[in-house]
Design a protein around this ligand. Structure first.
Ligand code: AMP
Ligand code: MG
Length: 496
């Protein structure tokens, strides 16, 4: 592709020999562009209009790689549902290179569904249209909600069948990520006692994500702290929009602090801390309310993997790691409470400290749980109540006295702040989304795309989820919860 509008760099391939296998994408028979993220492309410095659809399909199918591409399959391990798998790796993905975006940030470009690699085990290395468009929708929703996330740049229909429980149309996605360093990347080399590689990877990660720590003596300990802090902030954001990742294995946790690997993820509808959608999560390990605990567990696996870097003496290293990780809980709660305060329309910490606000928020959630109230809708309608219109919120609750008692407490707390009610309501509407990718809408869109090849429902839904805070009446159908019976029976799959 001589006139490729962008050139890829390859710092991972260049600086980390031994951490990957060079591997080409499988040729695609009849690539056809299903989705191209023009907004993201512009951010990456890819000239709009420099390529027609056919050329984009060739580029992002891998049939004509962008200039400078060096496709590699990255090695990584991972704890899957608590059990260590020493070799996972990119079984159906390839890192094709990196771009420096308009803000000067290095971003990975990776294919998913690009064919078998040496890490494929029994898998076919392929992906299907439905799960790849799902990754587009959820990634764009997270981005629109202001949550750090990997995003899809393009989806190509391969024109080839993929065999799962049924025969499905094949697809390939191009993902943009802050990096693909996972907790499992470090575990892979730690498990092989390749301490030097662990150090090289850590220095690479520091240079890329926390350059301020580069070269300092205590950089690895401080880096562990920085990685943990990012996770704490991320998890708080997930929890405050009701996002359930579904498969928080250590190979699916990014050191960059982004949401990554959208397999069986879904948004909660009626509030319940034990909500699980993933068909393989039988014991609820990755249930909604467990997510912060699991993040901390994953960070402990990360700390173990880099332990020899923290101190020469093993006991001293354990002490350093424990010290840092013991702060995760309070850091998470701080982020969560800051988010919740904004959702409640509260400006600042109250004079009497955090506890009353925590109790206020927890009692609200208990009310939602007791009444099986839709999480998103309830938060959104709380803004109406802030303006003295509690009617729409009341409709969601059967226990009106309990709600009213809570509303009186909340009102008293809110009114202690000087902000006028209309301003408070406005601020609340900027943080409590009206539109999330609701499961029934997502499934409807994917069924149409995958079945009849009709992309309109997908495109309409995508336009809606990109405007989560928009009151436009035309988007009303995307703000409605599914019938409770639908959500009860809703199951997600790993999308393999
Ligand atoms: P995931 O469930 O996407 O986090 O993937 C877990 C592991 O399984 C990773 O090593 C993937 O590369 C691998 N994997 C998932 N699906 C496939 C597939 N269809 N073919 C080959 N490897 C796969
Ligand atoms: Mg994964």
């Amino acid at each position: 592709m001589p006139d490729a509008p962008f050139r890829l760099d390859n710092s991972y391939a260049r600086e980390l020999p031994g951490c990957y296998v060079a591997w080409p994408p499988a040729p695609v028979q009849a690539p056809q562009l299903l989705y191209f993220n023009r907004e993201l492309a512009a951010e990456l410095g890819i000239e709009p209009g420099a390529h027609d659809e056919k050329e984009l399909a060739a580029l992002f199918s891998g049939n004509a790689l962008p200039e400078g591409a060096t496709p590699i399959a990255q090695a990584y391990a991972g704890h899957q549902f608590g059990n260590f798998a020493p070799q996972l790796g990119d079984g159906r993905a390839l890192l094709i290179g990196e771009v420096i975006d308009r803000h000067g940030h290095r971003r990975d470009l990776a294919f998913k569904g690009s064919g078998r690699t040496p890490f494929s085990r029994n898998g076919d290395g392929k992906a299907a249209v439905g799960p790849m468009l799902r990754e587009v929708l959820v990634g764009e929703a997270m981005h629109a909600l202001g949550i750090p996330t990997t995003r899809a740049l393009a989806v190509i229909a391969t024109g080839e069948p993929v065999y799962r429980e049924e025969t499905l149309p094949g697809a390939q996605l191009t993902r943009v990520a802050g990096s693909h360093l996972r907790v499992g990347t470090f575990e892979y080399f730690a498990a092989r006692d390749e301490r030097e590689r662990v150090g090289q990877l850590a220095d690479y990660g520091i240079a890329r994500h926390d350059p301020g720590l580069a070269g300092t003596n205590d950089r690895y300990a401080r880096w562990l702290g920085a990685v943990a802090e990012r996770q704490a902030a991320l998890l708080a954001q997930w929890m405050n929009v009701g996002f359930i990742h579904g498969v928080m294995n250590t190979d699916n946790m990014s050191i960059a602090g982004e949401t990554i690997d959208f397999g069986p993820c879904a948004f909660m509808e009626a509030y319940h801390p034990g909500t699980v959608f993933s068909s393989i999560d039988r014991h609820g390990r990755y249930a909604y309310a467990n997510q912060p605990v699991i993040a901390q567990w994953n960070l402990a696996r990360f700390a173990e993997a880099i332990l020899p870097l923290l101190a020469d003496d093993a006991d001293a290293a354990v002490d350093i790691a424990s010290d840092i990780l013991s702060g995760f809980g309070s850091s998470y709660r701080r982020h969560w409470l800051a988010g919740v305060r904004a959702k409640l329309g509260l400006h600042a910490q109250a004079a009497d400290g955090d506890s009353p606000d925590t109790a206020l928020a927890e009692d609200w959630l208990s009310l939602l749980q007791a009444g099986r109230v839709d999480f998103t809708l309830a938060w959104h309608r709380l803004a109406d109540a802030a303006e003295g219109r509690p009617g729409p919120l009341r409709e969601l609750f059967s226990d009106a006295p309990a709600l009213d008692a809570w509303l009186a407490r909340w009102q008293a707390r809110a009114e202690a702040e000087a902000r006028p009610a209309a301003q408070r309501a406005q601020a609340m509407r900027r943080v409590n989304p009206r539109i999330i990718p609701r499961n029934h809408c997502v499934e409807e869109a994917l069924d149409a795309a995958s079945g009849a090849g009709d992309l309109r429902p997908f495109e309409n839904l995508l336009q809606a989820i990109k405007r989560p805070f928009d009151p436009d009446p035309a988007l009303a159908r995307y703000a409605e919860p599914a019938p409770a019976a639908y959500t009860e029976g809703y199951r997600t799959f790993c999308g393999t």
